[in-house]
Design a protein around this ligand. Structure first.
Ligand SMILES: [Zn+2]
Length: 170
């Protein structure tokens, strides 16, 4: 389903919603098109209705910022589907998750200790630390901070191109 970026009254991104939700917010007067009215190209066409790709709330709202779920999909997205040891890009199904400090030695399940890893590298590294295995990490694993900035990585470029400017501004 087509998605719409929702901004608060001050043009800061606060959520991504479905076009249906966007339409309801607009019809109730709770949100409006955030972009130029004549920017038809950027709109989503559903039957005979044009829905903006970016809408903004018409009222002030105290926003609660969400914590990014710690899960396999989000780790792969953070690492851009690149094995953090050999640097090659893979499909999700070809990637495993590696505990940098081995799980067998009680390495924790946290953002800072888990990386995307191809099957070959995982097998090669086995139950060793990168140093012991003489395998270098491309970069230190980290916990992503901005939930929404992270979420938009999952959307296609032709959608995200209308959203990016709001992230750079905030
Ligand atoms: Zn690899």
């Amino acid at each position: 389903m087509q998605k719409v970026l929702l901004l608060d009254k001050h043009n800061h991104p606060i959520n991504i919603c479905t076009w249906k939700r966007a339409l309801v917010l607009i019809m109730k007067g709770k949100a409006e098109n955030a972009r130029r009215l004549n920017d038809i190209e950027s709109m989503i066409k559903v039957e005979n209705v044009l829905i903006p790709r970016v809408i903004k709330l018409t009222y002030d709202l105290a926003v609660q910022y969400k914590e990014l779920p710690f899960c396999r999909e989000n780790i792969l997205v953070r690492d851009e589907f690149v094995c953090q040891y050999c640097g090659e890009k893979f499909n999700a199904s070809e990637l495993t998750l590696d505990h940098v400090y081995p799980k067998s030695r009680l390495g924790p399940d946290i953002w800072e200790n888990i990386v995307a890893c191809c099957k070959d590298c995982n097998q090669k590294k086995a139950d060793r630390t990168p140093k012991e295995a003489r395998m270098k990490l491309l970069r230190r694993p980290y916990r992503p901070k901005d939930y929404l900035k992270f979420e938009i990585k999952k959307y296609p470029e032709n959608v995200v191109k209308y959203w990016l400017e709001y992230f750079e501004a905030s």
